[in-house]
Design a protein around this ligand. Structure first.
Ligand code: ADP
Ligand code: ADP
Ligand code: ZN
Length: 216
């Protein structure tokens, strides 16, 4: 099964993808994580992408299309993937369709996490993650069980993203409305778009996603 999660920054794509990856055995592919790894490695892509990401704008389509084209062909994605953060433009969606057609694969569900954009600044401002294992948290909505200690690996070091500052989040929300929201009619016309209410609590959203995806 191949699934795409769509929603503005803060909608809960990463949080839900981590859970669905475990339940359904789908490979979670986050283009944001892939780009941040390129930046950390100081690669050519990373050097091109860093300033754009820091401004909250979209990295050029050709970079993302090449990156995801190489990634979905790898063996760990063969049983199904869960895309988080890609596609973000209609050009990326069209390129993905062409890639999948070439591999005789298809998209099963494109799930829109329906949220109120105004609430996203608060979600993103409270976001942090474990420096060691990457587990995601929120200052109010998903605290660590023991203050200052990662639930998963016990590490006491955490990180916040440089682009999670309120003014950059606003640029990212505008980029979503202008460049990414046009994907919704594109996929609706193909009959693969499903809407899931994303303003509910994290566990409730997971349960709603389970209804769309069916029994694991
Ligand atoms: P995205 O990947 O769509 O940008 P995340 O999954 O990283 O979003 O979620 C953004 C922040 O909001 C994180 O700190 C996460 O813990 C928190 N969060 C995610 N889903 C919910 C929810 N349903 N209710 C409250 N907070 C949430
Ligand atoms: P979020 O889900 O919180 O919006 P991501 O981690 O998915 O953020 O993406 C972080 C940044 O990486 C984006 O603001 C953008 O600059 C870049 N990026 C990630 N995926 C794409 C994409 N498919 N197309 C263009 N830029 C992307
Ligand atoms: Zn950890």
């Amino acid at each position: 099964m191949n699934v795409i999660l769509v929603g503005p920054p803060g909608a809960g794509k990463g949080t839900q993808a981590e859970r669905l990856q475990k339940t359904y055995g789908l490979k979670h592919l986050s283009t944001g994580d892939m780009l941040r790894a390129e930046v950390a490695a100081g690669s050519q892509i990373g050097r091109q992408a860093k300033a754009i990401m820091d401004r909250g704008e979209l990295v050029p389509d050709e970079i993302l299309i090449r990156m995801i084209g190489e990634r979905i062909g790898q063996p760990d994605a063969a049983k199904g993937f869960l895309l988080d953060g890609f596609p973000r433009t209609v050009a990326q969606a069209q390129a993905l369709d062409t890639m999948l057609a070439g591999r005789k694969q298809k998209l099963d569900h494109v799930i829109q996490l329906v949220v109120n954009n105004d609430a996203m600044v608060e979600r993103i401002s409270g976001r942090f993650s474990c420096k060691k294992c990457g587990a995601g948290y929120h200052d109010s909505f998903k605290k660590t069980k023991k203050p200052g200690v990662c639930n998963v690996c016990g590490s006491t070091e955490f990180v916040r993203r440089p682009d999670d500052k309120p003014e950059t989040v606003r640029t990212r929300l505008e980029a979503y409305d202008k460049q990414t929201a046009p994907l919704l009619p594109y996929y609706r016309a193909r009959g693969v778009l499903r809407e899931v209410e994303g303003m509910a609590a994290i566990d409730e959203v997971t349960a709603k996603l389970g209804k769309v995806l069916g029994a694991a």
